[in-house]
Design a protein around this ligand. Structure first.
Ligand SMILES: Nc1ncnc2c1ncn2[C@@H]1O[C@H](COP(=O)(O)OP(=O)(O)OP(=O)(O)O)[C@@H](O)[C@H]1O
Length: 218
């Protein structure tokens, strides 16, 4: 079980500092919601936790190879890849892209497709799916990595009730299996369901704790 510790983190993009002196704890085997206005730095913090954005200064203690489910809008529509192969990419960290996946890998892939109720879409090109179906495929890919940490950028934004419920159920099951889940969200009910909440504003952590105490009407 692996939590994460963020200390005095400064990070951003070339010529642009976004996160300023962020210190926070992310509890193990729990769901943490990152909330805050547009541009407050939620995606940037996820990128640092995922290891794709370097810290300018400060430290982040995190496990190797967390699973990262990007924002759906960051995934090209025309990617010539089927839904099953999209989910199978989640196994590459275990096998390497040049090695054939084992039967065990494929059974995990099919299990993840089933959990998100997209087995019947497995042979379809990813780009031919609706937004909600595609999001379920991306979450299934994240689950297929079987990482100790699952990071998701707005996984339920703009989804219908069924897709939302499937993803919420998958995140709860991951937590029950001991996974540390962190997701950025603008959805208040989804943030309130989390165990822990980090509120960012303009790149600074302005509150941290149980969602009901962080997300006050003010
Ligand atoms: N690739 C980039 N290069 C330069 N600046 C960037 C880049 N990506 C994001 N930013 C800037 O960093 C700041 C924080 O953006 P970030 O995406 O982390 O916020 P966010 O809280 O996730 O916002 P949203 O709720 O809109 O998704 C914004 O001002 C944004 O313009």
């Amino acid at each position: 079980m692996t939590g994460m510790a963020i200390d005095e983190l400064v990070a951003g993009y070339p010529g642009r500092t976004v996160l300023r002196q962020v210190t926070a704890r992310i509890p193990a085997s729990a769901v943490t919601a990152l909330v805050g206005p547009n541009g407050s730095g939620k995606s940037t913090l996820l990128g640092v936790l995922a290891g794709v954005i370097p810290a300018t200064s400060g430290t982040v203690e995190r496990p190797r190879a967390p699973a990262f489910v990007m924002q759906r809008s960051d995934v090209p529509d025309a990617l010539p890849i089927t839904v099953r192969d999209t989910v199978a990419m989640g196994r590459w960290a275990h096998r390497g892209p040049w090695r054939r996946l084992s039967r065990h890998d494929w059974s995990i892939v099919d299990g993840c497709l089933a959990r998100l109720d997209i087995l019947d879409l497995a042979a379809r090109p990813l780009g031919s799916l609706s937004g909600g179906q595609r999001q379920r495929a991306l979450v299934a890919q994240g689950l297929a990595q079987e990482s100790e940490v699952l990071l998701l950028d707005e996984p339920t934004t703009g989804l219908d009730a069924k897709a939302d419920l499937l993803i919420q159920t998958a995140l709860a099951a991951a937590k029950a299996a001991g996974v540390t889940v962190v997701h950025a969200t603008h959805d208040l009910p989804s943030a309130l369901r989390a165990d822990h909440c980090l509120l960012l504003d303009d790149g600074r952590l302005v509150a941290e704790g149980p969602p009901h105490s962080v997300l006050t009407p003010r």
